[in-house]
Design a protein around this ligand. Sequence first.
Ligand SMILES: Cc1ncc(COP(=O)(O)O)c(C=O)c1O
Length: 384
Amino acid sequence: MSESGENALTRAARARRATGLPLADLTVSNPADVGLGWERSELAPLLGAEGCERHEPDPLGRKDAREAISAYLSERGAEIPAARICLSASTSEAYAWWFRLLAEPGDNVLAPEPSYPLVADLAELARVEVRPYRCVRAGGRWRVDASTLRPDARTRAIVAISPANPTGHILDADDLGALQAAALAGAPGCALLIDEVFLDHRAAGPARSALADLRGSPVPRVALSGLSKVALAPQLKVGWSALDGPRAWVDALLPRLERLADTYLSVNTPAQVALPSLLRAAPALRERLAGRVRGNAATLAAWCGTSGKGCAPAPREGGWSAVVDLPPGVDELALCLRALEEGALVHPGHYYDLSEPAVAPSLIVEPVVFAAGLGALGRALARC
Ligand SMILES: Cc1ncc(COP(=O)(O)O)c(C=O)c1O
């Protein structure tokens, strides 16, 4: 890292862009940047619907929006009444609120590795210690390594992400069992914070919320999600928390959450007004994105089999990124810097704390760009 905090790859990517030479960007994660977002003509009427002109704040968020989220969760097996749902300006903001509500400075939260680098920054802002636990590969899938879950009397929350980014790991019954046992061994009221932003982006099978599988559990739990991935609309800045668990815990936490949300009232009214319509329209957009992800995943598998020089795709159950194992002995940062020279930008595995040498391309990139990026990666591999 340089003093400005910019790492070697970011610096090299900026320099490459400045040359004006073509660059296949395999790090794109915003659907709108790759032709998979909303048309302005579709979005504008929804945001401008009746009610967008008024400000009648409800700290938890508009009731019709929360009812639409309750119905969304019910379709995924979880029965959470609208009164137990709270909107926020993003999933990231919801994380920050929960760290604030559950933990005091010096407390700790357990969080998965590998993972998208978000939780550590949010926890640092809340002055909460993050203790990583590992997700590992076994039997052709990812799973939580229970031996790395180390709660103590100051563990206030356990973060779980399903499907995870970038691995696509979906929590199964064993994973949920290990996470519940760890929560019960933490501080009283230690909660599971389950990030389900990619819930609808499964490689196969219907989406099912972990809240459905945890019904009746004595562990407090919150599902976090938002429109950025559910409705492919990160620009609208809407997230939510859905609370479940022992009645006494919910009754104690809800008023505190409501007070915190009331202090900020951070969710804009037009997006709340549009939310029920956005959720109704989202499946068609998600289907289009799923087609792109399937196509690029097939291209990747074929490339690994022919010109990938020993690269292999890791198991993937969902999400819209891939993890690609590199051949033994290849230095992933050196490879990514060479790939840039050849015309592709891709995240190295250490960006996500993957333990083995890997790269993690986005699978939502336009197919032509994706293929060009793999071509550049292949040329870079030949030079390693
Ligand atoms: C697993 C995961 N959770 C949360 C987020 C952030 O979601 P939001 O845009 O709602 O803050 C991301 C962003 O990519 C993510 O990968």
